[in-house]
Design a protein around this ligand. Structure first.
Ligand code: UDP
Ligand code: MN
Length: 460
């Protein structure tokens, strides 16, 4: 542990107590018990008011009588059962309703809390009830179940991209400057979602979660945005470590037929993101479907006099690339082969060296949605089209031009690479992208970049 975390006078003496809320749906026995025991064993008794287990309509037999009988040995543990499958978001709200301590602490059902995890979280809320705090989340290996401790001196903070997907990034310079040592809590634009503590009254003031959100997803961004926009702060506390099993795929059934995450994200964008919502909507082809009634959430925002999304971006997340500051947005369509093919890549942030390929144009955004920045990058959020002499691939944007600089000439329709001066083309067998000596007469080198506006370009 970071030595500075251990200083005895580091935390307030009269910390508020907490209810720890753990929702589960068909969790394995040993994994759930590991979570509960780590909380009981590693939380100071006077700070742990109760543990509320919310069973989200599981059908595994060990989670019924067996669990109840086992937990009679631990009077602090209460089991609440949902009458139908509620999904994680409403299950958390059920837990909150039964909680009696001033602070709510949420954990997933596959965690391990470490020694000293709780005090630094409660200390922040003890100082200011509008501070929402997250521990550093370590990895519990999903095959060996081993705890991988990560040194938190180089802690990451939460962000998001315009697909409204959460991501991690390095602590920005401006935030480093605010601190004198690595044990101090850091501001985070967003939270990962499952593991955090919040003052119960503040959570209620913020209107808890949007109960129109289904099953899973988007609720972490909702709570993050409104925490910041409505007068609070969101922090990651390097002295608090909790391990979490990251599973490769979701082990439980989702409601079929509806895209739950998309519906949640549409509600999120419509309520909180003002004019910036359009960047997300473009990525889903401006197809909304039925996202339910949001009027009460809009009223909530008005009643709390929350700040604008622009304020949030300018002050809390200035590192985020704003698509509106780009010179082209949309598909990049080739003129050869009857104009059927578009630039396409399934890469997401963090996938380095993903090849950029071709696919029949589908007009649904997603993997065919590209942006040209005013600095001549062809971007997918934080990833940039890059050419280093062999294949064309996506690489995290580095902002120093070089292999990520491209020139688009709308008259000739060529996409020319900055450092090699070659032009982007479809191969003759139309299977892949390749770089060729520029020749504007070759159809395979001609591209139409949607919504291109040369006047905004800062490179020529
Ligand atoms: N969960 C739940 N009901 C659901 C889905 C999930 O109670 O319909 C619980 C799940 O058991 C876990 C927590 O919510 O404790 C978070 O889900 P998960 O771990 O799958 O999310 P992830 O960590 O992958 O984001
Ligand atoms: Mn989880």
């Amino acid at each position: 542990m970071n030595g500075k975390c251990k200083k005895p006078d580091r935390y307030k003496s009269n910390l508020p107590s907490t209810s720890v809320i753990i929702c589960f749906h068909n969790e394995a026995w040993s994994v759930l018990l590991r979570t509960v025991h780590s909380v009981i064993d590693r939380s100071p008794a006077h700070l742990l008011k109760e543990i509320i287990l919310v069973d989200d309509f599981s059908d595994m037999p060990h989670l019924k009588r067996q669990l109840e009988e086992y937990m009679t040995m631990y009077p602090k543990v209460k089991i609440i059962r949902a009458a139908k499958r509620e999904g994680l978001i409403r299950a958390r709200l059920i837990g909150a309703k039964h909680a009696t301590a001033p602070v709510l602490t949420y954990l997933d059902s596959h965690c391990e809390c470490t020694v000293g995890w709780l005090e630094p979280l409660l200390d922040r809320i003890g100082h200011d009830t509008k501070t929402v705090v997250c521990p550093v989340i370590d990895v519990l290996d999903d095959t060996t179940l081993e705890y991988h401790w990560r040194d938190s001196s180089g802690v990451n903070v939460g962000g998001f991209d315009w697909n409204l997907q959460f991501n991690w990034h390095a602590l920005p310079e401006r935030e480093k400057k605010r601190h004198s040592n690595s044990a101090e809590p850091v501001y985070s634009p967003t939270m990962a979602g499952g593991l955090f503590s919040i003052d119960k009254n503040f959570f209620e003031l913020l209107g808890t979660y949007d109960s129109g959100f289904d099953i899973w997803g988007g609720e972490n961004l909702e709570l993050s945005f409104k925490t910041w926009m409505c007068g609070g702060t969101l922090e990651i506390v390097p002295c608090s470590h909790v391990g979490h099993i990251f599973r490769k795929r979701s082990p439980y059934k989702w409601r079929s037929g509806v895209n739950v995450l998309k519906k949640n994200s549409i509600r999120l964008a419509k309520v909180w993101m003002d004019d910036y919502a359009k960047y997300y909507f473009q990525r889903i082809g401006n197809e909304f479907g039925d996202y339910g009634d949001i009027s009460s959430r809009l009223e909530l925002r008005k009643r709390l006099k929350c700040k604008s999304f622009k304020w949030y971006l300018d002050n809390v997340y200035p590192e985020l690339f704003i698509p509106g500051e780009s010179v082209a947005q949309g598909e990049v369509r080739n003129n050869a082969f009857s104009g059927r093919y578009c630039l396409d890549s399934p890469a997401r942030k963090g996938d380095t060296h993903k090849a950029v390929g071709l696919y029949p144009c589908h007009k649904m955004g997603g993997n065919q949605y590209w942006l040209m920045s005013k600095y001549g990058e062809i971007r997918r959020d934080e990833m940039c089209v890059d050419y280093a002499g062999s294949d064309v691939f996506l690489f995290p944007c580095h902002g120093s031009k070089g292999n990520q600089l491209w020139f688009y000439k709308p008259e000739e329709k060529l996409i020319q690479h900055g450092s090699s001066k070659k032009c982007l083309a479809i191969s003759e067998n139309k299977k892949k992208l390749q770089m060729e000596s520029c020749n504007s007469k070759v159809l395979r080198q001609q591209w139409r970049f949607e919504n291109f506006n040369a006047t905004a370009l800062l490179v020529t």
